[in-house]
Design a binder for this molecule. Structure first.
Ligand code: BGC
Length: 310
């Protein structure tokens, strides 16, 4: 096995496209990001992905490295052949029935494979981060949307035809507001970073991003305190429900807000602890993702470097 083999890993998010050149041993000698044109339609997003690939290839060429393919983690349900986005990615306009791999291969002349973004993050954390050596784990990413993946008995599981594991769309409020997915009261609608930002704005009339809200929370701002408490309440209830179903050894929580610090996890664990069935959670720990933003790119590159894992 050539440990010096490289692939390009891309993490497509509702806000940013993160890209990296990744080696088989999990090193990232080059990385960058650009904004996602999330409201401009599929062609614009594919063009932005091609720009990301180009940046990686230019760096690789100057470094005498030849990446062997491009792996992409994308929101939504991806066909089992890892080539098409079928749907379920409402945070990106027109990201439905998209022949992602065909279109990007045509633009870049390189082999492309795709997977759900949370699945890619999970593989990154399983191979190189917080779930190393574990065979039963749940992964939750909290960002513009809420994504998830399940490692069951050492295999990534996404349900029949890979259409499942959308924990962001489990119901946490029966009579709740409409979610982007068309359902009501979804976890994502109440506990994503986008939801936190929206809630803060509703309560205060002011705009602030997730980082700013966390800062205001530390300053004991009453509105930020309320918005954060509601965030923990919904996220904690969602996590408690999936622990009751899967009884994972580890729950790995990632996404920008999970990097807020220990206090974030202390509060989250407290909510989960009250709601979960104690007997189901006896062997479960809830931990932050270790690789931060890089997990998605590492896991996406694994689509090319370690196709048997994902
Ligand atoms: C999508 C998921 C995705 C998550 C994170 C959700 O809205 O339904 O497929 O994993 O966002 O991007």
């Amino acid at each position: 096995m050539d440990m010096n083999e490289y692939a390009i890993g891309i993490d497509l998010g509702g806000t940013a496209i993160k890209y990296a050149v990744v080696s088989r041993s999990g090193e990232i000698p080059f990385e960058g990001s650009l904004p996602t044109p999330a409201t401009e339609g599929a062609d614009a997003v594919i063009a932005a992905l091609a720009t990301a690939v180009k940046a990686c290839r230019e760096w690789a060429e100057a470094s005498a490295i030849t990446p062997i393919g491009v792996g992409i983690g994308t929101p939504g349900i991806v066909s089992p052949d890892k080539r098409r986005v079928l749907g379920g990615a409402e945070n990106i306009a027109g990201w439905e029935n998209v022949s992602l791999a065909d279109a990007l291969e045509k633009l870049c002349g390189m082999r492309v494979a795709a997977s759900n973004d949370a699945n890619a993050m999970a593989v990154g954390e399983w191979m190189f981060g917080a779930a190393r050596g574990v065979s039963d784990a749940l992964f939750i990413t909290v960002g513009t949307g809420i994504g998830s993946a399940a490692l069951i008995n050492g295999h990534m599981w996404r349900g029949h035809e890979g259409r499942g594991m959308e924990v962001g769309h489990i119901t946490v409020k029966c009579d709740g507001e409409e979610c982007n997915c068309g359902g009501r009261g979804c976890l994502e609608h109440y506990a994503s970073t986008a939801a936190l930002v929206r809630r803060y704005k509703t309560l205060s009339g002011r705009e602030a991003d997730g980082r700013e809200i966390v800062r205001l929370y530390h300053d004991a701002d009453p509105v930020a305190t309320q918005a954060m408490s509601e965030h923990w309440m919904y996220l904690g209830h969602g996590i408690a429900s999936v622990i009751n179903v899967f009884a994972p050894e580890r729950v790995v929580v990632g996404g920008g807000i999970s990097e807020a610090g220990d206090f974030y996890f202390e509060r989250l664990r407290r909510v989960v602890g009250v709601q979960v069935m104690e007997v189901c959670a006896a062997g479960t720990s809830i931990v932050p993702a270790e690789l931060g933003n890089r997990a998605g790119c590492l896991g996406a590159a694994a689509l090319i470097l370690f196709p048997e894992k994902i």
